[in-house]
Write a protein that binds this ligand. Sequence first.
Ligand SMILES: *[C@@H]1O[C@H](CO)[C@@H](O)[C@H](O)[C@H]1NC(C)=O
Ligand SMILES: *[C@@H]1O[C@H](CO)[C@@H](O)[C@H](O)[C@H]1NC(C)=O
Ligand SMILES: *[C@@H]1O[C@H](CO)[C@@H](O)[C@H](O)[C@H]1NC(C)=O
Length: 615
Amino acid sequence: MLGLSVVLSVAFAAQAAFASPLHSRTPYAVKESHPVPRKWTPVSRAPGDHMLHMQIGLKQERFDELERHLYEVSDPDHPRYGQHLSTEDVYELVKPSDEALDLVHEWLLSNGVDRFDYSPAKDWVNIYISVESAERLLNTKYSVFQHEDGSYLVRTPDWSLPLHLHDLIDTIQPTNSFMRATPQKTDWIQFGDHQAPPGYKPPSNETIARVCNIESVTLECFNTLYGSLGYRQQAVGKARIGFNNYLNQTPIRPDIFQFLELYNPPAALSAWTFESVEIANGPAAQYTPLTAEQLAGSDISEEAVLDAETILGMTWPQPVTSFSTGGSPPFNPDLNTPTDTNEPYLTWVNYVLGQKDLPQVISSSYGDDEQTIPKSYAERVCNSFAQLGARGISLLCSSGDGGLGGLDDSACYSNDGQNKSTFLPAFPASCPFVTTVGATMQFEPEVAVYRSPGVGSDGKQHGFYASGSGFSYYFPRPSYQDAVVPAYVKSLNGAYTGLYNPEGRGYPDVSAQGLYFAFFWNGELSTISGTSASCPLMSSIVSLVNDALIASGRPTLGFLNPWLYSKGYRGFTDVTSGNSSSCGTDGFPVTEGWDPVTGFGTPIFPKLVELAKGH
Ligand SMILES: *[C@@H]1O[C@H](CO)[C@@H](O)[C@H](O)[C@H]1NC(C)=O
Ligand SMILES: *[C@@H]1O[C@H](CO)[C@@H](O)[C@H](O)[C@H]1NC(C)=O
Ligand SMILES: *[C@@H]1O[C@H](CO)[C@@H](O)[C@H](O)[C@H]1NC(C)=O
């Protein structure tokens, strides 16, 4: 192999003088174009020496078969329910053909790329090359793009491949994906500096009134509302839960410790001991308070602290794992050194797919507009989540905080060159292989989250916030939704026709509290909101159900949705009201039964345990 690579490198050098692209069996043709999303503007050519971690997604030979296995082991009415696949079984089903591997090797070697490694199933080839080399390899030109919020990415809207590779490679990134894994959390608010939402009625039920305060919602309130208060775990150490951090976010242990001392004192010491896994130079969970330097940045780990506080507070003594993936820091002021602009989402998922031993539940509160991502890439990332599901891992994602895509119609335009008015679904919320969690607020009843933008009593501007809602343009409706989603679409009587895809995967699937979580951060008590809060909360309840299942000798829930839509939905309190006004419309109605604002509603823990055991 080494000898071959040397020979080909010489051939490459000899040809380099002529033209680019360089060396190929067949002519190059554009493989994929994706328009630059509206919030991004090219500002300069990318520096030639900027390094890219390029991930080449080879066609997975038998993904259809993997999908079949996934649905069989996740369908409570199938004899194979709960018989999750091994890591090796999954690798076998998604590996590329030998032909694809050989031809891609030949192409890389003949273009001077002789160092590469693979994902465990070899369905991704990783190479580390300069922009200059990447431009030759893909016959394209990279630029530095700036987002409205000031951050930068190095990307190109289109890229080419030799024709003989077009059917063997699904996607190559970073090229035309502008996805950024942004946390779905809204403004941090100082303790006591906000008011109850308009129309709020305090609960009449004395128990709920005693433990649930709309200005600062605590673990005791969640456990009371959802029936998990006082649940004694029975399979300690066996049911495990994890969560994801990106963008340099990391759990700050001293803050988490103080939160737990206040709201779940027996759990407090776990703040210092929960596992922190660092991927691609992601930051380790931190033993010291936030530094002045960290505080001078933008996203000061509020998301990571929120996830850790919620999950440790709800699931202690379960083992908790924090995954911190490096890449794409939020600020990148120096254009000449656009630092790490790789694709962190893929880095994370390929890391976890390579691990044999994972938590059975993973919470992920990061996402972006679906249209910032080319379809081919969204599909591959979504397929990766199917692989986790086949292994019996429940992946939960927040639905987003912008309702249908933003407050008014100025936010809601297509990116396809036509600039059409449209709702903007979010990814990975729109992936059919994840369970997507929306947000509720108030207690009696719980209603869909809605907060108008405005100025609070603290004088600060508070952002618009509505539970993320919608239908995918990329992913067709999965069959598990057939029983409820077409009926919902029909009930709209044609409203919003043309603004959404009535044949698409609708989300969220379920919801949980998401306004004014009690929060300890940067040494003080405060509150924070977002579907980012709902997602770890719902994930925690799922992990408690897993504890009960393991204790009774049953398999854990795994990929939730087929169970949820056929049986599990009975274990939820239906949310039937609330505002979802966004994109300058009234939003989708929150109705009885499933709706694309609150899904099936909020969890009733004892009922979920009963239903999960009863299949
Ligand atoms: C009040 O709420 C608690 C917790 O949800 C519940 O157990 C209790 O039955 C409720 N009481 C009444 C009178 O509805
Ligand atoms: C898209 O259309 C809207 C409304 O007509 C307009 O305000 C906006 O500037 C357009 N955007 C682009 C990128 O053309
Ligand atoms: C939703 O909120 C908006 C903005 O506050 C308001 O104009 C609208 O009337 C509300 N809709 C409903 C159904 O309450």
